[in-house]
Design a protein around this ligand. Structure first.
Ligand code: FAD
Ligand code: SF4
Length: 478
């Protein structure tokens, strides 16, 4: 059947939906319900195959989106998958939890709802798994040069995949028990079930990538051995030093960093032994400080663990519901985002600052907060200043406070110190974004450790780009 080129005028956007709230909060399974093939084809038919596809240029990976949409419509799923996989080694992850920068710049979005690009991506890759046309594809020729990739998050996986495809002998070192970085221990199962990682890791192993877990490089494995055993090194260790809040009462029992809480939650869902301090939200009044993705994930976990109440507070103003005038198409706008976790319960407050943690017998009992206002005045650089609203103090009962205010930089002790890698003014690894080289010959860096805490799609892009640069470097060393 011929594609209806006027599909975008006739078919309305139909995005993947979530499972019923009352059902999904009782388990940790994926909240998403995938669309059926016929519905996905209809959604692909909305694509206008633009002469200048802004979706393609706004995706950091340069995903070849109009082509997949055309191939979905034509029932040519194997070819669609080939296009998808040529730029992205983890479409099963981005298809679920990427914020879809592409959709914000879809041309149809100017005067209608954009194409369901992310859902289409997910459909293609899940079809590749269910119909068995994704297979291990080891390189035909091996180049006998060895590369060490340190860190097994999306940046490390992407680096290793593209280098291995070029024929290099690649070893990924990971200090945790299991592969995946934040995908494994940060993001909860209801957003990303762990079988999705296992399925991919098996393929990568079959393609020849060596994984060494429980090895903290720089401490358990000396940098002298790295230099001796490998021709190039890529540092992809992420950025996990959490931003703290140094106010009265910070030492009280019951105040934890978000990643510590999420590591606990992920390990308890997968049945992995928890070596860290045990943290649970069960029967507690919880306050999550920080209104971003990490905070939202904590809200969803608290609800599933049976918290008495969950409140998320954010110091910045509530974003607008619609694209504001100063962020016109095709920009990715700052708008109010309501995640599946927010739909499930809890309260959200904006323009709230935490003044003090109040305790009793060493244990957290409440947060003393006050209201703040932005926009009344600006600093010399034009940045909006924060003003405290007089007499606006209030308390929120809390036996557990989760600090989800972002991350400042990668861990310096161990690997970075011992490799003598230069650090930039923001505390990240200094490596230029054109060649990803550090100041040390043969040592490259990518992902959150280089660019600062960011997104999976950027980590994947940096991994792909660093692989090209390592290839050039090793070729020049012949
Ligand atoms: C809770 C949470 C939720 C998020 N949700 C989303 C989302 O929905 N969508 C999105 O796009 N982004 C999301 N992000 C951001 C995204 O997860 C990160 O940008 C991405 O994981 C960065 O990838 P990376 O490979 O650079 O680092 P990481 O994923 O942090 O991986 C780094 C790895 O290096 C290992 N390592 C560190 N030091 C050593 C060493 N010395 N030796 C060996 N191994 C070492 C670490 O153990 C870790 O496994 C989220 C982040 C968090 C914290
Ligand atoms: S911008 Fe939107 S409509 Fe145009 S090619 Fe990309 S997905 Fe299709």
């Amino acid at each position: 059947m011929k594609k209806d080129v006027l599909g975008f005028l006739k078919i309305k956007r139909q995005a993947n939906v979530y499972r019923d709230i009352l059902e999904r909060i009782k388990d940790n399974k994926d909240v998403l319900i995938l669309k059926k093939e016929e519905d996905t084809k209809n959604q692909a038919c909305r694509c206008m195959d633009c002469g200048t596809p802004f979706c393609h240029s706004s995706c950091p990976l340069g995903n070849i989106i109009p082509e997949w949409n055309e191939l979905i419509w034509a029932d040519r799923f194997q070819e669609a998958f080939k296009f998808l996989h040529s730029t992205n080694v983890l479409p099963e992850v981005t298809g679920r939890i990427c914020p879809a920068l592409c959709e914000a710049s879809c041309v149809l979005g100017i005067n209608d709802d954009p194409i369901t690009i992310r859902d289409n991506e997910l459909f293609i890759v899940e079809k590749a798994f269910s119909d068995n046309f994704i297979k291990a594809n080891p390189p035909k020729i091996r180049i006998h040069k060895r590369v060490a990739v340190i860190g097994s998050g999306p940046a490390g996986i992407s680096t290793a995949y593209f280098l291995n495809q070029k024929g290099y002998e690649v070893t990924i070192f990971e200090k945790d028990e299991n592969i995946g970085g934040i995908l494994r221990y940060g993001i909860p199962d209801f957003k990303l079930e762990k079988y999705i990682l296992e399925r991919r890791i098996k393929i990568l192993k079959d393609e020849g990538i060596i994984f060494k877990t429980k090895v903290n490089v720089g401490i358990d494995y000396k940098v002298e051995d790295l230099n001796k055993n490998f021709d190039a090194i890529c540092i992809a260790i992420g950025s996990k030093v959490p931003r703290d809040i140094k106010i009265k009462g910070r030492e009280l029992d019951g105040i934890h960093f978000a990643m510590d809480f999420l590591i606990n939650a992920n390990k308890s869902v997968s049945g992995e032994k928890i070596k860290e301090t045990k943290i649970t939200a069960k029967d507690k009044n919880v306050v999550v400080i920080g209104g971003g993705d990490t905070g939202a994930d904590c809200v969803g976990v608290c609800i599933r663990q049976g918290a008495k109440s969950v409140t998320q507070i954010e110091i910045m103003p509530k974003p607008p519901k619609e694209r504001p005038l100063n962020m016109p198409w095709p920009k990715y706008p700052t708008i109010l985002r309501t995640s599946s976790s927010h739909q499930e319960g809890g309260k959200r407050y904006w323009e709230v600052s935490t003044k003090e943690f109040i305790g009793e017998n060493g244990k957290l009992k409440a947060l003393k907060c006050e209201k703040v206002k932005f926009g009344l005045n600006k600093d010399v650089h034009g940045k909006l200043l924060m003003n405290i609203v007089q007499n606006s103090e209030f308390e929120i009962a809390a036996d557990l406070a989760i600090l989800a205010m972002g991350f400042t930089n990668p861990e310096k002790t161990g690997l970075l110190e011992n490799l003598s890698v230069e650090i930039d003014s923001r505390g990240n690894i200094k490596a230029c974004d054109s060649d990803f080289k550090t100041n040390v010959d043969g040592v490259f860096a990518c992902g959150d450790a280089r660019r600062g805490a960011s997104l999976i799609v950027w980590a994947l892009f940096e991994g792909k780009s660093v692989a090209d640069n390592i290839n050039e470097y090793l070729k020049s060393k012949k």
